[in-house]
Design a protein around this ligand. Structure first.
Ligand code: FES
Length: 111
């Protein structure tokens, strides 16, 4: 089991809009967090198609009904799993970050 000292606090669950996404930086990593109710996921904010950020402006994502669309060329991803549903990288997926939620706090766990 990982010791909590190795975990890093990213934000609170409530900081991520329900049904939306939040961009944040953790060290050298640009991350995006998605949320559906109590479920939160985190990914590198790097599209598997051409390596661009998924937001069209910092922190502004095209996300609706559980589908996140890359602003660069329109690849679509399941917001919680990161699986690519369509577009130029269909069958690929976003690179997930390990998370743990403790008392409403979202923590990154070492990979
Ligand atoms: S970089 Fe995301 S669809 Fe091309």
């Amino acid at each position: 089991m990982l010791h909590p000292a190795h975990e890093r606090r990213l934000c609170r669950v409530d900081d991520v809009p329900d049904g939306g996404a939040l961009a944040l930086t953790d060290g050298d990593d640009d991350l995006l967090l998605t949320r559906c109710g109590d479920a939160v996921s985190a990914f590198h904010n790097v599209c598997p198609h051409a390596g661009q950020r998924l937001d069209w402006a910092p922190g502004k994502f095209l996300i609706r009904d559980g589908v996140l669309v890359c602003a660069a060329h329109g690849a679509s991803f399941a917001a919680l799993s990161g699986a690519c549903l369509g577009g130029p990288c269909r069958g690929d997926g976003l690179r997930a970050i390990g998370l743990r939620v403790v008392e409403g706090e979202v923590r990154r766990v070492p990979e």
